[in-house]
Design a protein around this ligand. Structure first.
Ligand code: NAD
Length: 246
């Protein structure tokens, strides 16, 4: 399938998990790839896997929460390539209930899940607008729609991702840019594999398909949203949860 041929996708958090799967699926479909991750142990390996498959890849090791560094990198990248698909995926969690969470943790979680996507959208929208074509895919979470005890910052951030999605969809629709969010359920990525079974089992019990999802099952939905098959889809969320949280 080459439905993303001629497109360039910037994928954050591509060193593992859902971001890595997006890189593989988008590459397979013909997109050029710009990958970002802070993890210098994982990203070079992913870059090598993708290059071995013959995909066009540039990989950048960067902590995306350093806004100045990210802005400079984006200027540098713009001189040689032009991303018209953005997958805002990078993230981490700092658990805690509202009455106890450290504000540094709260701000860090809001920063990576909301601040970084906001800045990247702000930086990429003018180019997409000029082209009259663009695709923005933001990764939210079932917890962003339902809330969850002990995950205050994460839930607030992921709910914010949906607000960001709808806001930018309204602003950018007439420029040919679609903006959508994916709402994943429990997906088998490294942090979830490490999570003790006592946390995973109740979720799997409530998942209608009775299992965890695979990162590729999220990546294929992201590729659909990036493709022309989704040309009339904007401002919405697609839940990829095996039926958990419906
Ligand atoms: N796995 C799940 O069950 C699940 C469910 C719902 C939503 N999500 C969301 O999907 C996205 C990906 O999740 P995952 O499970 O693949 O996570 P993951 O931890 O496997 O991968 C996240 C990647 O983001 C990178 N990253 C984190 N902070 C960064 C920073 N400051 N700068 C640059 N890179 C950074 C990490 O190094 C890592 O490679 C996240 O936004 C997560 O909240 C995951």
């Amino acid at each position: 399938m080459t439905d993303l041929a001629g497109r360039t996708a910037l994928i954050t958090g591509a060193g593992q998990g859902i971001g890595r799967a997006c890189a593989h699926v988008f590459g397979e479909r013909g997109a050029k790839l710009i990958l970002m991750d802070k993890n210098r142990k994982t990203l070079p390996g992913v870059e090598a896997e993708l290059k071995a498959k013959g995909y066009h890849v540039q990989a950048h090791i960067i902590d995306l929460t350093y806004s100045k560094r990210l802005t400079n990198l984006m200027t540098e990248i713009r001189n040689r390539s032009h991303a018209n698909i953005l997958v805002n995926n990078a993230g981490f969690d700092r658990p805690g209930v509202t009455r106890k969470i450290d504000m540094g943790d709260f701000n860090a979680v809001i920063g990576i899940h909301l601040g970084v996507p906001f800045l990247l959208i702000k930086l990429l929208l003018p180019g997409m607008r000029e082209d009259g074509w663009g695709r923005i895919i933001n990764i939210s979470s079932v917890y962003g729609t339902s809330g969850a005890k002990g995950e205050a910052a994460y839930c607030v951030a992921k709910a914010g991702v949906i607000g960001l999605t709808k806001t930018v969809a309204r602003e950018a629709g007439l420029d040919g840019v679609t903006v959508n969010a994916i709402v994943p359920g429990l997906i088998r990525t490294p942090p979830m594999e490490k999570l003790p079974d006592k946390y995973k089992e109740p979720i799997i019990e409530q998942t209608l398909l009775g299992r965890m999802g695979e990162p590729e099952e999220v990546a294929r939905v992201a590729a659909f949203l990036a493709s022309d098959d989704a040309s009339f889809v904007t401002g919405t969320t697609i839940t990829v949860s095996g039926g958990w949280g419906i």
